[in-house]
Design a protein. Structure first.
Length: 325
């Protein structure tokens, strides 16, 4: 049955790679893969292929990397070439996972079964670019995967399958990402098998509970110690691995904070003041409560547990971290 369903795939990062690998392993024919153009990375800023491109090429799949899919946009020649390639591929359905380009209407209309999106939230909560980060930052107890029939709106299409996943107390965006990617790949295979059998059921999204997961800005990683310890701890987890929560020492050195635990400590000092320093952690006063920092990183250095970090750290006790204007 799988060889009768021709599946185009559009995705770019590791999250999408998991779904593409599952498609390949399940025996679905993937005649066309769309992914973002190669980007410069590393110290030499050499052009690197996306994880999706690397996998697709290693498995003999045809890859296209248009800069845009809009025929009336900035790169109409890219869009025209992609359109011709997709039409020639005679696809039945397109699967989209963290692709990074907006699909115009001609793409949505081209496959006979339309375009399906793997979205990492329980829609309609956290529509948009950064649903994993925002769910952790907000303190949500659950998130999940929604397999959605795409339409012209921003994550507004009908739901095909939904499965919830608990957010564990120590989950970071990195750890939750990996579990959601695995869940999304498994759900995708199930939905495509239903589609091949002509048994897809669509459910409109609820009109209540809509929230938007706006793209993460690098500046959001800078800690405002006036916030409560609970809020800061959630942001530390939400911004791991990008952009990383950070603060500054008295000499202006930027310090990344990768792990921190909430303490119910009461204090009467300015937020950001270091209350205690020891091999188990660095305790910092917050607007409410305190935070025990346990994994840190200096610029250009490695992530270190606090015991190792303190071997070369300046005197931190009573120092005031960060800037609170």
């Amino acid at each position: 049955m799988n060889d009768k369903l021709r599946v185009a795939f559009a995705g770019t990062p590791e999250f999408a790679l998991v779904a593409l690998a599952d498609l390949h392993a399940a025996g679905f024919e993937v005649p066309m893969v769309l992914t973002q153009p190669d980007r410069p990375a590393g110290r030499g800023m050499k052009l690197n292929p996306s994880p999706v491109k690397a996998f697709a090429q290693a498995h003999g799949m045809t890859v296209a990397q248009p800069r845009s899919l809009r025929l009336d946009g900035k790169y109409p020649e890219d869009a025209a070439l992609a359109q011709a390639a997709l039409r020639a591929a005679r696809i039945d359905v397109m699967v989209v996972a963290a692709y990074g380009l907006i699909l115009p209407q001609w793409v949505l209309d081209l496959p006979r079964l339309g375009c399906l999106n793997i979205h990492a939230s329980l829609l309609p909560r956290w529509r948009g670019a950064a649903p994993i980060h925002r769910a952790i930052e907000a303190g949500d107890a659950q998130t999940g995967i929604t397999l959605m029939q795409m339409d012209a709106g921003l994550d507004t299409g009908d739901m095909l399958q939904v499965e919830a996943l608990n957010i564990e107390p120590n989950d970071t965006t990195a750890s939750l990402h990996d579990r959601l990617a695995a869940l999304g790949g498994r759900m995708l295979i199930d939905v495509l098998r239903q589609a091949a059998a002509g048994a897809l059921a669509r459910t409109p999204q609820p009109q209540q509970g809509i929230t938007y997961a706006h793209k993460i800005d690098k500046a959001e990683g800078l800690i405002d110690w006036r916030l409560s310890a609970q809020v800061i701890a959630r942001r530390v987890r939400a911004f791991d691995p990008f952009p990383g929560a950070s603060t500054t020492l008295a000499d202006g050195t930027v310090l990344k904070i990768w792990q921190a635990a909430v303490l119910s400590t009461t204090h009467a000092v300015s937020p950001g003041t270091v209350l205690a320093v020891g091999p188990e952690g660095i305790t910092v006063a917050c607007g409410e409560g305190a935070l025990c920092l346990t994994e840190l990183q200096r610029p250009g250095g490695k992530r270190l547990m606090v015991r190792d970090f303190l071997q070369s750290a300046p005197a931190l006790l009573h120092q005031r971290l960060g800037s609170v204007n």
